[in-house]
Design a binder for this molecule. Structure first.
Ligand code: HQG
Length: 188
């Protein structure tokens, strides 16, 4: 995406996941914002954004972070919120294994306390090692943990899959974590 679109996408991430009130926007309980109101509030707060740019971001965003409703009049982030929204996702059976990318400096705490959701609503898990490593690299030198997801599910933990394929869970107790991950070569 062009730099202007990246800036606009970051702005959307901030207002649709974390701080709608910072531009005087309100989301409904499912996280939806009215598109026309969003565009007006964005412009009023110094972020040039029109419907064509929004369409492009929704369609081309590398992680499919945002989605319109069926009528195309509302928009929301499909995951990653820190504010309290109910995405209406139904629990689904996860695969045997999922992965979590983090930074090496967090490993000691994670292996002691398990994975915590921090300021977000969920812990985010990836289906593949490459994606997890990329997520971890956002925080520093990346490290990838394995999560025995199906065993967690059997033990009663609820898993959800966001529209963009990211897996969401409330926490991961350390008993379900593997580090190092046997199937990853040393250094991954
Ligand atoms: C770590 C991006 C210490 C955790 C990504 C992570 C993802 C602990 C950091 C999405 C811990 C939280 C989410 C513990 C977890 N002790 N550290 N017990 N438990 N942590 O950004 O998963 O580009 O809130 O490992 O692709 O990195 O925004 O979570 O390093 O899908 O669309 O605490 O955000 O998507 O960091 O990223 P974050 P995340 P977007």
């Amino acid at each position: 995406m062009q730099p202007a679109r990246v800036r606009q996408s970051r702005f959307l991430s901030r207002v649709l996941r974390h701080a709608p009130a910072s531009i005087g926007l309100s989301l409904d309980e499912s996280g939806w914002a009215d598109v026309d109101t969003l565009l007006a509030r964005a412009r009023a707060n110094g972020m040039p954004l029109d419907r064509a740019a929004l369409d492009e971001i929704v369609a081309l965003n590398d992680k499919q972070r945002y989605a319109y409703d069926d009528a195309g009049t509302r928009i929301r982030a499909v995951q990653g919120h820190s504010i309290d929204v109910d995405l209406g996702l139904v629990p689904v059976e996860p695969p045997e294994r999922l992965y979590h990318g983090t930074a090496t400096r967090f490993l000691q705490a994670i292996l002691r306390d398990g994975l915590q959701r921090g300021r977000r609503r969920h812990v985010h898990l990836s289906t593949d090692v490459v994606t997890a490593k990329r997520v971890g690299a956002r925080h520093g030198l990346p490290a990838v943990l394995g999560v025995r997801a199906h065993a967690m599910h059997t033990a009663g933990h609820l898993f959800h899959r966001a529209e963009n394929g990211v897996w969401l869970v409330e926490s991961v107790p350390r008993a379900f974590l593997d580090y190092p991950v046997p199937e990853i070569d040393a250094g991954a």
